[in-house]
Design a protein around this ligand. Structure first.
Ligand SMILES: [Zn+2]
Length: 316
């Protein structure tokens, strides 16, 4: 349906002066760097949410080294203006991010787009591929696997040529598709199934496998929560993220970067909440109040044992 403004525009007869097109040279503008530090973002959700709380949470999670200005452009459209490239890169490279279980979709700005017309169709995830044969723990094989999930972005060196049968790579994924659970490959006439898991996977539908809604809000699958025929489940998340309470603790980003020394100690014995393991001046453990259910969490729970490294994106 056209608006009154559009109707009025179509009926206008431009004067000769108005028909002239002015060629604008942008060489004199100094806005490129400023715009390159800006991101557009929206939450991938069908539910209503509190924009003020959303902005506050992302400020707290990201902890930018310089200022961060977040503007509301529409009911579910934000402009994130950073003032340091490192802050912008951290947000782009360490995602995905979520608010209240809903994925935050991000796009770099060009400065010429109409923000409300920007399409948010993909999101970057670290994908872990399990049961990869030793001889296929290569960068080229990571690229092949990634190409069947989305668009390959990068890989984790720590997992290449390892012997733990896990490859980790970053993929730009079309969020309108169900999360791919794995792939059959055939090597030397041996067929095998390689499983995929998604790091920091936010809420998704266990019925259809798509992001953006949960089972209760699914329009395509009529199935109940504990039905054995559910085709998707929390097992799509790597071990560390299999329960929401652990996610809650980590997403709170109360764990600061302790430096490599902290992990040389016996992390299996160090209690996250009670032991003195963080190099903080006053508190030597996270500030977030612990819950009884997770009172026994150890520092080792913050380490990705499959990849033999700490979770860089979780510990800042
Ligand atoms: Zn669904």
């Amino acid at each position: 349906m056209s608006t009154g403004l559009e109707d009025a525009w179509q009926n206008l007869r431009l004067t000769a002066d108005e028909e002239q097109v002015v060629i604008v040279d942008d060489a004199d503008d100094n806005t490129d760097e400023l715009i390159s530090l800006c991101l557009l973002g929206k939450l991938h959700t069908q539910c209503s949410f509190n924009p003020k709380a959303t902005k506050s949470v992302f400020c707290n999670i990201w902890k930018p080294s310089k200022e961060l200005v977040i503007r509301d452009l529409d009911s579910n459209l934000f402009a994130f203006q950073f003032f340091a490239a490192s802050d912008r890169d951290y947000v782009l490279n360490e995602g995905p991010w979520a608010f209240d279980g809903s994925l935050l979709l991000l796009k770099q700005m060009t400065g010429l787009e109409v923000p409300v017309e920007v399409e948010f169709s993909t999101a970057c995830f670290w994908v872990k591929a399990y049961d990869v044969p030793d001889k296929k723990q290569t960068i080229s094989f990571a690229r092949i696997l990634a190409s069947h999930i989305g668009e390959f972005v990068s890989y984790d060196d720590a997992t290449v040529f390892g012997i733990d049968k896990v490859l980790c790579f970053r993929v730009d994924i079309d969020i309108s598709n169900p999360s791919r659970r794995g792939i059959y490959i055939k090597v030397d006439d041996r067929q095998m199934w390689i499983r995929f898991k998604y790091v920091k996977l936010p809420d998704f539908c266990c019925g259809c496998g798509k992001l953006g809604h949960v089972l209760a809000g699914c329009n395509s699958v009529q199935i109940v929560e504990d039905d054995p025929n559910l085709q998707y489940g929390s097992w799509l998340r790597p071990l560390l993220s299999t329960d929401n309470s652990t996610n809650m603790i980590i997403d709170a980003t109360t764990v600061i970067n302790p430096g490599p020394e902290a992990f040389k100690r016996d992390e299996h014995a160090l209690n996250i909440w009670d032991d003195r393991w963080l190099p903080r001046p006053t508190s030597f453990h996270p500030i977030t109040p612990k819950t009884d259910a997770w009172a026994d969490l150890k520092v080792s729970d913050l380490i990705d044992h499959n990849m033999a490294c700490r979770h860089e994106s979780l510990i800042r």
